[in-house]
Design a protein around this ligand. Sequence first.
Ligand SMILES: Nc1ncnc2c1ncn2[C@@H]1O[C@H](COP(=O)(O)OP(=O)(O)OP(=O)(O)O)[C@@H](O)[C@H]1O
Ligand SMILES: [Mg+2]
Length: 269
Amino acid sequence: MGDNALMSDVLELVDVSVVRDGRALVDHVSWSVAEGQRWVILGPNGAGKTTLLNVASSYLFPTSGTVSVLGEKLGGVDVFDLRPRIGMAGAAMAEKMPRRQTVLETVLTAAYGMTATWNEGYEKVDEDRARAFLDRLGMSDFLDRRFGTLSEGERKRTLIARAMMSDPELLLLDEPAAGLDLGGREDLVRRLGRLARDPIAPAMIMVTHHVEEIAPGFTHVLMIRQGKVVAAGPIETELTSRNLSLCFGLPLVVERRGDRFTAAGLPLS
Ligand SMILES: Nc1ncnc2c1ncn2[C@@H]1O[C@H](COP(=O)(O)OP(=O)(O)OP(=O)(O)O)[C@@H](O)[C@H]1O
Ligand SMILES: [Mg+2]
């Protein structure tokens, strides 16, 4: 795409499919994310959301179609140059983190693109940055706690701070609120909302199953079902009862209350 306006695209998928064992996990998806947009990906279990994030993070090369991430075409660029520009936090990441490492170390190691090795050469400036991100996620009281002893919510917040550490241009969050209690979810939604509305924050893509987890400041929604796009566009126009029902395969009513959403099945009558 090179020298035209599309250069400002954070992500551009054209007719992308990921096929495994003869089945399309991602099925002819075309989707683009422009700078400044914050996307939510909604879809039922097995819809292909995580697979799509893995493509966006450059960790998974599609079976067909073309992918550009941060202006670089996958296949035409060394992914090792691209990956540090992308921050990712998800369940798969939590499993890779050494459980004995402290919270501060867990965030600090991201600056060096490592998941494990503790290196004594960290600079003061990196440590200050790590502390600042942890503070922003409400984790200041946990700096010396071992990662393995954290609750689910504390773990999620640590990993989001970690994803921010490399100063990414694209932040990918896979179900950041899964497993949190109501208070934990509301706290995280508030923090993500603050981040989403920060004009200098990176482009964001968040996967979720629940419209209740959409933070104010998120602008667009991609709905997928069985690997295919059901709807894509601004939340105001696309997050409708009709689209959500098609996406999850049952009759649903979505309601907006202020800048938040709720969804439920149709009442029996
Ligand atoms: N390497 C693989 N080989 C075969 N099938 C796979 C592979 N990876 C994922 N799948 C299948 O692809 C489908 C999509 O998986 P994916 O993890 O992307 O779904 P998801 O939308 O993230 O679901 P969830 O909401 O449960 O996290 C699932 O049916 C899964 O079993
Ligand atoms: Mg998933």
